[in-house]
Design a protein around this ligand. Sequence first.
Ligand code: V47
Length: 372
Amino acid sequence: MEISIEDQRLRPILEKVNSGARLNYDDGITLYRTSDLLALGYLANLVRERLHGNVTYFNVNRHINPTDVCVASCRLCAFGKRAKDPRAYTMSLEQVWETAGRGWTEAVTEFHIVGGLHPELTLDWYCEMLRGLKARFPQVHLKALTMGEIAFLARRGHISVREVIQRLKDAGVESLPGGGAEIFNERVRRIICDHKIAGEEWIEVARTAHQMGLKSNCTMLYGHLENDEDRVDHLLKLRALQDETGGLVAFVPLAFHPDNTQLAHIPSTTGFADIKNVAAARLLLDNVPHIKAYWVMMTPRIAQVAQRFGADDLDGTVVEEKIYHDAGATTSQSLRRDELLRLIRDAGRDPVERDTLYRPVARAGATLTVPV
Ligand code: V47
């Protein structure tokens, strides 16, 4: 099929995509510099359909944030609070287990568990929390703790990252979420999250987890102080990690939400930028199977459109989202299963409910409308 390409710089990239050749750094910069969004989307959609046909995945999950107390005080974040902040909270173990069960239905297949870097919660505490969840909800996959939380627990407990991961695995962790990667460029990192682990350390923790048999997701926070070069560099570092370990399952582009952060003067991202980040990621991350359009961050409307610009997954029902809503997100905190189905079908895609590792979830017809 002949497509109309306005930006002639995209022609050699089309040839590479057609022949399955790998894009390089300069191609990545071109993807970010073009305004020819339709041609960019065409290219990303070619790759997306080659990998996933007409399917868009979603899951039925619940987010749990056991504490927002965080020693890092990142400028990018509106969620983390100092321990003495009267608004801060830390759940007891019973409260975590009770939260997990709130609005519970048999349909839930995943708990996504992340929180702040709490100065006093120990690895033992996390392991007990995870064991308690597994005992109460044995069929639910535990996707828990970011690379940053793992590195923090290792440092605080004077043990290795490997040992922390082993203990978490023994307690029931089955995969890791992709948060905390932010942007790997150290110049930007020093401004937006100066107390967080360095980019190299994020990659090293992920590498260790993958070597130990855990899959993980990965993310990139964009729309703050980073430039095109930083974004391409970030994506190529993730691609190199994936060449080495094969442990990355999905990439989640995360738009910066400035409200209530110390970077509140930065304007929110535009729909154009959100779509462009999805498409560029699909094209550069040729070895990461899934690109997730996280509707909480993008709005359901943009996430829906993203299905035609490279994304093959909308994430899930989520149920209770705090990190983005503390930073001013105006989206709902949850979507019902039938709302996700509508967003997917309306875009002409075929919805497939998946578990965390993208295995299809079989449901009897009667449970298809479970209002989670
Ligand atoms: O790690 C924090 C980011 C992440 C802000 O792995 C902010 O499947 C924007 O990682 N504006 C948490 N972003 C979310 C996350 C995630 C979400 C959905 C699915 C998965 C997955 C992972 O949100 C944080 C940080 O990178 N963040 N503050 C903010 N103001």
